[in-house]
Design a binder for this molecule. Sequence first.
Ligand SMILES: [Zn+2]
Length: 224
Amino acid sequence: MPVGEPSRSYVVCPVCGHGFRAAYASSYVTVGREADLCPKIPGRPSDGARLIRSAVTMCPMCSFAAGEAFDDLDLTFDERYGIEERLKEDGLLKVFRKGQPPWLGFHAAEVCGKERNLKSRELGDLCLRASWVCRKEKERPFESTFQLRAMRHFMRSLQEDDLIGRELSVTTYLVGELNRRLGNHREALNWYVNAGRTTEGDPRVAWLDRLIDRQSKLAREQAA
Ligand SMILES: [Zn+2]
């Protein structure tokens, strides 16, 4: 199997019981990250998008989706019921289920994740990844949609999730960077300052301090 090709294995959907072959990403080669931490992957952008997409599995029958391996999920009766209801009611799924746009699995995983009480940090991560896929696939309006959702989850996460250390710094930084990408340059600058306060010169996150400096300069230019 070539490096970076997702492997396929047989999985059973924990919600509807449908069995299918799902693609799982093996580790893939990256050549650095963009400022919103999107991995740069050699080759065509659509190949990169495919690898990022394989981080979530979506059932082709009922659209249940999750970032975890389906085997590892142990859903209660109530959770299964709640998930089925949410999947049936979801507006975007109603419209896009047939067309299967590249971001759909992340969206479905976010819908299901709310019912599974995933932390805001995790919900934000699903939306952030969806925005990366949209950028690589040139789905501009959806890229912004998912950036906005990721930003809101991350802001809630900063209030609710008791983040510490690197996770706190990176999450705060991402709220800044997503604001900048959405055109809110002054907001972005405030969040970069907040993020810089959380790193406190910790050498393990020196890379983040450099990123904060660089992106702050950019936001100041853009705000002018
Ligand atoms: Zn299913």
